[in-house]
Design a protein around this ligand. Structure first.
Ligand code: GLC
Length: 709
């Protein structure tokens, strides 16, 4: 009698009060496989999914929107299922839930991890108020090929900046909900920039370039990783024991769980590494993919594999424990409903406007055309994106609504309320009609300045949106040239999700600002910069090529045995274009100017356990306050593996008043100057290290120190 009473109590008590080992011991095989099963809903759980929940056959649902839809499902778990193991409710909260912030590539331009943490925290808080407890973000894939549409979702080409942003976003999200570092790994290496394509990434490049942001996310305590669709030199990431076993578990000590990306487990069949769904499930589970998103292979096939002794139960138990521990860490057993209140909308929008302003890169500003005087006379605002409320939300804006967006035209009108602002769409984003040119040219003729707002639709970047050409789509280039031909000075405002190829604009347009997709406050933030209320401080997190044929083009490349020399035919270059980018990594202008002088290192000789401090004097040599992103790059002069010419190892945002000088310290731990040696292990070798400190990846002062054994 007493025993059965205790057992009833035990079963009635949410699992929080029990240790997970005893919970696991009481789970049936179906319940275990249920924890590994994750399905997408269509806003709300379907009746079939509710049945699976009652039977304990689901570990989570995603795309259930709103607490009014998540709470009833969780209540069924807690009141009707046998073991009452709460569900995870996932959603792609990439850069905002309803309040949409700049796309991650834009936010990375701020070189401000605190800003990234703030927007992730705000997004997590807002999502939690709508029943979400798990986001599939941050996307931390390094991308060196702007043809790849998902370059928009990450932090660009550099592993150091990418690592800083990854850790910041994990910290921000996980103040309220679980984060997921994705897509593990090498997804951005898709050949030809074609999404889902094969990659040919060496282990050395994986470890030096693509893995560091994931390691930073793991070190920041990320709850989960999402295994990628792609193969890594032929071995699919979602069935890759080296990746999700050796690297992730044994080398990094990751304690969270791995969820597959959509049907990437089933896609092992398409990859040709599994002949059946069961084999795909066996390969993925034994490689270390704990949770099966959307393919139901674990739920449908693992039991038979166990009965046939094709997979040890230990793999199932290990995956189940990873998920149970995560749910316990999230507090779900204790507080399954996690009811939260969203921050006030005004607070969220203020963060959106501030971070958007920090994300705008000033690429060109001849004769200080910018900032504009809001009283100086008629302003023409022209272009398909000038008054567009949808596109500034970007390619993946979850619950974001176009109605929430302040357009560039609206932002300009509200800021320049004292002058006439004339608007003409001029053309569509992608259509070929030039019928609107006449009105656009007429608008420009009557104006003191013409602001052209051009670029891409949101769905022209993001997932499954690779482009084979990177110029302005449709007839936008022709529109730009037609307006410029009026002689009215032109300011080009770009709204886009990737680097674009802009030869004519770069040569002929006096002012160019890269605004990416800035989210709900796009118009206000753009106007803040155009009229000088915000002095632009952002820097490019990704290289802008001159021509498509240069791709892939990135700053941290090796020297080759025949580095480019215009005076020597037989060196690495093209016969038709320079090898240099149009705009390099780390580049961005300001409305003021900064001088760099007097670079000093705290030591000329260092050991691997030391930290080298570079001190440089930065002076605001212009007439207005501004913020500079001071960047420190390092080059290992001689090593057992060909060194990269420059590698970003530190950066710092410094705000200076006109005429102000400041000694700025940038610190580098010598142990961070590792590379993957001949034995494929990280190593820091003695020798000469050259330090560059300056405003971007191609300029700056130099100093040298010796690393001694
Ligand atoms: C998609 C994406 C991934 C996303 C997942 C769930 O295919 O690749 O980034 O998190 O499915 O929506």
């Amino acid at each position: 009698m007493l025993r059965s009473l205790l057992l009833t109590l035990l079963l009635a008590t949410p699992a929080a009060a029990q240790n997970l080992d005893s919970l696991l011991a009481r789970m049936t095989l179906e319940e275990k496989l249920g924890q590994l099963n994750l399905l997408s809903a269509n806003g709300r759980a379907s009746p079939e999914q509710m049945q699976l929940v009652r039977a304990g056959k689901l570990g989570g649902l995603f795309n259930v929107i709103g607490a009014e839809n998540t709470t009833p499902v969780q209540r069924i778990v807690v009141t009707e299922s046998r073991l009452k193991i709460p569900l995870l409710f996932g959603l792609d909260v990439i850069h905002g839930y309803r309040t949409i912030f700049p796309i991650p590539l834009g936010e990375a331009s701020s070189f401000d991890p605190d800003a990234a943490e703030a927007t992730a925290r705000a997004a997590g808080q807002e999502a939690a108020a709508f029943g979400i407890n798990w986001t599939y973000a941050p996307m931390v894939d390094i991308a060196r090929d702007p043809r790849w549409g998902r370059i928009a979702e990450g932090s660009g080409e550099d592993p150091f900046l990418g690592s800083m942003m990854a850790a910041a976003r994990v910290r921000g999200f996980q103040q309220t909900i679980f984060a997921t570092a994705k897509h593990f790994a090498g997804y951005g290496g898709a050949e030809a920039g074609r999404d889902y394509n094969e990659t040919e990434i060496s282990e050395r490049t994986m470890r030096e370039i693509y893995l560091p942001p994931f390691k930073a996310a793991v070190d920041a305590g990320v709850a989960s990783l999402m295994s990628a669709f792609n193969d890594i030199a032929g071995v699919p990431a979602s069935g890759n024991a080296w990746l999700t076993g050796t690297v992730l578990r044994h080398e990094w000590g990751f304690k969270g769980f791995v969820v597959s990306d959509w049907t990437s487990i089933a896609e092992l069949i398409q990859h040709g590494v599994a002949g059946s769904q069961a084999e795909a499930g066996r390969r993925a589970l034994m490689a270390g993919v704990d949770m099966d998103m959307q393919s139901s292979i674990y739920a449908d096939s693992i039991a038979a594999l166990l009965r046939a002794n094709r997979i040890p139960m230990a793999f199932v138990d290990s995956a189940v424990m990873h998920i149970l521990r995560a749910k316990q860490r999230l507090g779900l057993f204790r507080d399954p409903y996690r009811v939260r209140t969203a921050p006030p909308n005004a607070e969220l929008r203020a963060i959106a406007r501030r971070v958007a302003g920090e994300s705008i890169v000033l690429l060109k500003n001849e004769r200080s055309l910018l900032p504009l005087d809001p009283r100086a006379g008629t302003i023409a605002v022209i272009g398909p994106l000038a008054d567009n409320k949808e596109e500034p939300l970007g390619p993946w804006h979850t619950q974001g609504q176009a109605a929430d967006v302040v357009t560039v035209l609206q932002g300009i009108r509200s800021r320049a309320s004292g002058v006439q602002v004339v608007y003409a769409q001029g053309a569509g984003v992608e259509d070929t009609s030039t019928a609107g040119f006449t009105a656009a040219v007429a608008a420009a003729r009557q104006a003191k300045v013409a602001i052209l707002v051009l670029g891409e639709r949101g769905d022209m970047s993001g997932e499954a949106a690779s482009r084979s050409a990177l110029d302005l789509p449709g007839v936008q280039e022709q529109l730009l040239e037609a307006v410029a031909a009026t002689g009215t000075p032109v300011v080009l405002v770009l709204i886009n999700g990737r680097p674009l190829i802009l030869p004519w604009a770069s040569d002929h347009v006096p002012a160019i600002v890269e605004t990416w997709f800035l989210g709900v406050e796009a118009g206000n933030a753009t106007a803040d910069v155009l009229f000088g209320d915000v002095n632009p401080s952002a820097k490019l997190p990704v290289t802008f090529p001159r021509v498509l044929g240069q791709i892939p083009l990135y700053y941290n490349h090796r020297n080759t045995g025949r580095p480019p020399d215009v005076n020597n035919k037989y060196t690495s270059k093209y016969i038709d274009v320079p090898v240099t980018p149009r705009y390099p990594f780390g580049f961005g202008l300001s409305y003021t100017t900064f001088g760099y002088s007097n670079l000093k290192l705290n030591t000329a000789r260092a050991r691997v356990s030391d930290t080298v401090t570079a001190t440089i004097t930065v002076t605001n040599t212009g007439s207005r306050e501004g913020t500079e992103v001071v960047q420190l790059y390092v080059r290992d002069e001689v090593a057992s593996v060909a060194p990269r010419l420059r590698e970003l190892k530190a950066f710092r945002r410094v705000t200076l008043k006109p005429g102000e000088s400041r000694a700025v310290d940038l610190r580098v731990a010598v142990r961070d100057l590792w590379f993957i040696g001949l034995d494929m292990k990280p190593v820091v070798e003695p020798g000469t290290f050259r330090v560059f400190v300056g405003p971007n990846s191609v300029e700056g002062q130099e100093a040298v120190f010796e690393l001694v054994p």
